[in-house]
Write a protein that binds this ligand. Structure first.
Ligand code: SAH
Length: 381
């Protein structure tokens, strides 16, 4: 077997567990894994590879540490307060990585303090950079332990001088004892407070706390598959469950009569409402709710849904949701999943309760990692 050179940080970072493995071999491993877990339900298509498996991640995260008067950027080792310095990454967007690296020099010249995870004090905690692949817009979130930002305006000026491509900067205040990166409170300190990206010809606004797929090139392929599987004719009433900022529903809105989207995250729903308006998708409505509870209400009101598009987080869906799908009895369910194990569990429920799995399409959204996305079509018996 051919071996690729190992990323120098791979042993400490642990983010890419398929490091050193040729891309074709990575795909083979993912295909066998998906076949093993899911072929009992339906034919598993050949995995759709990424044309370029490098530098796809549109989101880059770093923490910082002073060492002998210099500043290091990197990440905390799992379950520890030990920062591993990382100066480059094969899968991250290069521009975002450059910004994260250059912030090291600014921390030093502005003498910013760094939040101490043990002492629970200090200023800068993390930096998160998100990029709009098709718009070039760049969002920098500075996650800080306290809201007082010494020499804020000069810091912003210096950062923009190094990276004029940055379109917005946000200060996120997280003073909690937590391993969660983002806190609740946000202050926009430069620009409009969000970025936009274009997917399948539609423009989407993305707020700092809203979910957005990390590999936008593969996302277009994935969503196109989902919409192809839904076989919409313009007459359907469609539910987009776990809709995030409304991407799938808004893309599908050209082909359906009416759509409803449901999502738990408040910021994401606000984005979704604006996104529908900006894309002139007048036939879609969004609701901020737990998908299961929302579905239960639809079922008890005996609403008519023709197609369910669902894209839950790694934990998969839940029985409240799936039970209501069964009682609403849509003709088709298109299930997009980032975790084959919870997908297998949920497919078992649906196939035991009146649905047939028609086709399973794996898409490689996360080269160099073991993760794999699947798009599945189910139809009512
Ligand atoms: N379809 C979107 C988002 C998919 S990620 C896209 O492709 O961009 C999964 C989404 O489910 C996230 O936005 C998350 O906030 C949301 N979510 C998680 N648990 C939920 C629940 N119980 N009910 C509704 N939405 C939920």
């Amino acid at each position: 077997m051919n071996k690729l050179p190992l990323c120098p940080y791979s042993r400490l970072c642990g983010g890419c567990n398929y490091q050193g493995i040729e891309y074709d071999e990575q795909l083979n491993k993912k295909q066998s894994y998906v076949n093993e877990l899911l072929s009992e339900f339906a034919k598993v298509n050949d995995i759709i590879p990424a044309e370029n498996p490098y530098n796809y991640r549109n989101k880059v995260h770093a923490s910082y540490r002073y060492q002998k008067g210099n500043v290091l950027a990197g990440m905390y080792q799992e379950n520890s307060h030990k920062l591993v310095a990382i100066d480059g990454c094969q899968i991250e967007n290069q521009k975002a990585r450059e910004i994260v690296q250059d912030i090291k020099t600014l921390i030093k010249s502005f003498k910013l303090t760094i939040y101490d995870e043990v002492e629970k004090r200090g200023f800068l905690r993390h930096v998160l950079v998100r990029t709009g692949h098709n718009t070039g817009q760049v969002l920098v979130t500075l996650i800080v332990g306290e809201a007082i930002f010494p020499s804020k305006n000069n810091f912003i000026k210096a950062l923009l001088k190094l990276h004029p491509e940055i379109t917005t900067i946000i200060m996120n205040i997280n003073n909690k004892k937590t391993s969660m990166i983002l806190g609740d409170r946000e202050i926009v300190i430069y620009g409009k407070g969000y970025i936009e990206d274009i997917l399948c010809g539609k423009k989407f606004r993305i707020s700092p706390k809203s979910f957005y797929q990390v590999n936008p090139v593969q996302t277009e392929i994935l969503y196109s598959k989902a919409i192809e599987y839904a076989e919409l004719t313009g007459k359907e009433r469609v539910l987009d469950a776990y809709c995030g900022i409304g991407t799938i529903g808004i893309i599908a809105s050209d082909y359906a009569k009416e759509l409803i989207g449901v999502e738990l995250n408040k910021d994401a729903i606000k984005d979704a409402i604006v996104n529908a308006k900006n894309n002139k998708a007048n036939n879609i409505k969004f609701f901020n709710d737990d998908a299961g509870q929302f579905m239960l209400n639809l079922a008890s009101n005996k609403e008519k849904i023709d197609v369910v598009l669902m894209d839950p987080p790694r934990a998969g869906s839940d029985e409240v949701f799936l039970k209501s799908v069964v009682s609403l009895a849509p003709k088709k369910v298109v299930y997009i999943s980032c975790n084959p194990e919870t997908l297998a569990r949920d497919l078992k429920y649906l196939t035991n309760n009146g649905y047939n799995t028609k086709i399973i399409q794996p898409v490689d959204m996360f080269p160099f990692t073991e993760h794999i996305e699947n798009c599945v079509l189910l139809s009512k018996n």
